[in-house]
Design a protein around this ligand. Structure first.
Ligand SMILES: *Cc1c(COP(=O)(O)O)cnc(C)c1O
Length: 355
C-alpha cells in the first residue's frame, strides 16, 4: 500500500531529495567517501553550499544587498537572534499562533514589545488585519504561515518599519517579493530539508545598528562574513536543501509551484466544504495552502477517532490534528503530489458514504 505523508514537520520531501541524499551518504559525487565524513571546508562541500545559496537567490529572486545564511538552532534560535541583532528599544509583533507567541515572548528579553493584534481569543482561526504598526518600532514581526492553526498571510504586506517574517512552513510555496522584507527566516524541516538547519535571508544594511554587545555566534555579521562557515555547519541538511532547490527549479520555479499548491489546497478545501461530516477550522479568507485543518461537525464528533483509524489503514499518515485544536491536519507541503491529496479526498468521501 502506498503511504502518503501528511505530517506537519519534519515532513514529506521530494523523492529525488531523499534518493540523492542517500546516495551522497554512501558515495558523495563518486569520490569514494560519504558526505558524512568529509570536511565542511573541502572544495566538494563548498560547491554544495555555494549552489544552495545561489539557487535560494535565484528562486526567490533575492535583490542585491541581502545575504542567505544556513545556521544551526532551528527557527526557534531565530526568535532570539532577531531581537538580539535588530531591536534597540522597541519591536512590533503580530500574534497569529503558537510560534508567533513564542517569538514574541523571546523578544521581551530585549526591550519593549508591542503586540499590534492577536487572534488568540478565537483560537487563532484568522489573521487580524485591523492594526497599526508603531512608526518608531525597530521592526515588525509576522509569521506568514501558522502551521498549527492552518492560517496564512499569502500576500507580501506593506510595513512602515523593516518587516521580519518567520516563513518556516511556507517558504518556497509561492513567489515572494523579498524587497518588502528586512529579514526572512525559518527551520528547513517543513518544506526544504531534514531537521537541523535554519535559513536566514537578511538585508545587510539593517545590521550593526544596536548598541548591545552580541555574542559572536549570535551575530548575523559573523555568519555573513564567514559564508555560514564560522563553525561547522549542518552539512547533510544543507546538501538535502540543495537537492530540494534543484527539484523546485526543475519544476519551473515558484510560480509553477504556487499554481500546483493552490490546486491541491482547493481540492481538499472543496471536499471539506461540501462534506456532511467535516468542517474547516480556519476562516475561509485566511486559509493556508500548506496546512489544512478540519474537524468533525459537532453532531458527529464521536466519529473522529474512527475516521483517524479508517484513514490510517488506507495509507494516510500524520493527519491527526495538533493537540491544541484536535481533529485533523493535512499538511500538503510542496512535495505532496496532487494524487496524495486526491487519495485523502477519496478516503473522506468513502468514509462519508459508509457513515
Ligand atoms: C516548526 C515551526 C517553528 C519551529 O521550528 P524549529 O526549527 O523546530 O525551531 C517555528 N515557526 C514555525 C512557523 C514553524 O512551523
Amino acid at each position: 500500500m502506498k503511504i502518503y505523508n501528511f505530517s506537519a514537520g519534519p515532513s514529506i520531501l521530494p523523492q529525488s531529495t531523499i534518493e540523492n541524499t542517500a546516495e551522497a551518504v554512501k558515495n558523495f559525487n563518486g569520490i569514494g567517501l560519504s558526505i558524512l565524513e568529509i570536511s565542511h571546508r573541502s572544495k566538494e562541500f563548498q560547491a554544495v553550499i555555494d549552489e544552495a545559496v545561489s539557487l535560494f537567490k535565484e528562486l526567490l529572486e533575492i535583490p542585491q544587498g541581502y545575504s542567505v545564511l544556513f545556521l544551526g538552532g532551528g527557527a526557534s534560535m531565530q526568535f532570539c537572534m532577531v531581537p538580539y541583532n535588530l531591536m534597540e528599544k522597541k519591536a512590533a509583533y503580530l500574534n497569529t499562533g503558537t510560534w508567533a507567541s513564542k517569538a514574541l515572548k523571546e523578544a521581551k528579553l530585549f526591550g519593549e514589545v508591542v503586540e499590534v493584534a492577536s487572534s488568540k481569543e478565537s483560537l487563532f482561526n484568522y489573521i487580524p488585519k485591523d492594526y497599526t504598526v508603531p512608526a518608531d518600532a525597530d521592526y515588525f514581526h509576522i509569521t506568514t504561515n501558522n502551521t498549527i492553526y492552518g492560517t496564512e498571510i499569502r500576500k507580501d504586506i506593506d510595513s512602515p518599519v523593516p518587516l521580519v517574517a518567520d516563513m518556516s512552513s511556507d517558504i518556497f510555496s509561492r513567489p515572494v517579493d523579498v524587497s518588502k522584507y528586512g529579514l526572512i527566516y525559518g527551520g528547513a524541516q517543513k518544506n526544504l530539508a531534514p531537521a537541523g538547519v535554519a535559513f536566514v535571508v537578511v538585508k545587510e544594511d539593517l545590521l550593526g545598528k544596536v548598541t548591545r554587545p552580541i555574542p559572536t555566534m549570535l551575530d548575523y555579521r559573523t555568519h555573513i562574513k564567514e559564508g555560514s562557515m564560522f563553525n561547522t555547519p549542518p552539512v547533510l541538511p544543507i546538501y538535502s536543501a540543495m537537492e530540494t532547490l534543484r527539484w523546485l527549479k526543475g519544476l519551473g520555479g515558484l510560480a509553477a509551484m504556487e499554481k500546483i499548491n493552490i490546486e491541491k489546497a482547493a481540492l481538499l478545501y472543496d471536499a471539506i466544504d461540501s462534506s456532511r461530516l467535516f468542517v474547516g477550522t480556519a476562516k475561509e479568507e485566511d486559509r493556508s495552502i500548506m496546512n489544512v485543518c478540519f474537524v468533525m461537525k459537532e453532531e458527529y464528533k464521536e466519529l473522529e477517532a474512527e475516521f483517524l483509524k479508517f484513514a490510517t489503514e488506507r495509507g494516510m499518515s500524520g493527519i491527526k490534528g495538533h493537540r491544541s485544536i484536535g481533529g485533523f491536519r493535512a499538511s500538503i507541503y510542496n512535495a505532496m503530489p496532487k494524487s496524495g491529496v486526491q487519495a485523502l479526498v477519496d478516503c473522506m468521501k468513502e468514509f462519508e458514504r459508509t457513515h
